[in-house]
Ligand binder design. Structure first.
Ligand code: PRP
Ligand code: MN
Ligand code: MG
Length: 183
């Protein structure tokens, strides 16, 4: 284990098993939709944290799909987000009439997904659902309807499997709690 990690919450094996389950569920749920539509799903992730989850999830969905990416930034550099969001990189594809699944690594305050869902809905997709690997247990969370949730996690500073602290630890293969003395 990395010396900055206090406790492993989800091991590499646990994550892989859960991602496979979510992928299998999506495959089941969308098989008919994709067949009827004649077009695959568009899996969208928000850079950068969700890139690892999305890459693994995509390979567990046994249906035609496209992958696309958006980068957004919250204004201000405080520890807490200001609530104002702007697009740094937009999608490459048109999503009108398409079935979208947003892949996120974690749902915390809900600010990111609130913005994203509103933004994507304005492009008139056929449907939008959210797959989040982690959902933090916190009272201050915006109400977001997530069809696929990997794990509930405690309101602690967690890193790994895409999640960073100051851009570090994203490449840890497991998800763990960061030692308080590190931040
Ligand atoms: C993190 C995480 C989610 C978001 C969740 O991204 O990857 O996208 O925060 O928090 P919220 O529900 O409070 O909005 P971050 O903005 O740190 O950027 P990153 O993905 O590049 O790490
Ligand atoms: Mn993110
Ligand atoms: Mg981050």
């Amino acid at each position: 284990m990395h010396e900055d990690i206090q406790e492993v919450l989800f091991s590499e094996e646990e994550i892989a098993a859960r991602v496979a389950e979510i992928g299998a569920q999506i495959t089941k749920d969308y098989a008919g939709v994709v067949e009827q539509d004649g077009q695959g799903i568009i899996l969208i992730s928000v850079l950068r944290g969700a890139a690892i989850f999305m890459a693994d999830l995509a390979r567990e969905i046994k249906l035609p799909l496209e992958m696309d990416y958006m980068a957004i930034s919250s204004y201000g550099n405080g520890a807490k987000s200001s609530g104002v969001v702007r697009i740094l990189k937009d999608l490459s594809s048109e999503v009108e009439g398409r079935h979208i699944i947003v892949a996120e690594d974690i749902l915390d305050s809900g600010l990111t997904l609130t913005y994203l869902m509103k933004n994507l809905a304005s492009r008139n997709p056929a449907s939008i659902e959210v797959a989040t690997l982690l959902r933090k247990k916190t009272l201050a969370q915006a109400e977001i309807d997530c069809k696929y949730v990997g794990f509930e996690c405690p309101d602690q500073f967690i890193v790994g499997y895409g999640l960073d602290f100051a851009e570090r630890y994203r490449n840890l293969p497991y998800i763990g709690i960061l030692k308080p003395e590190v931040y």
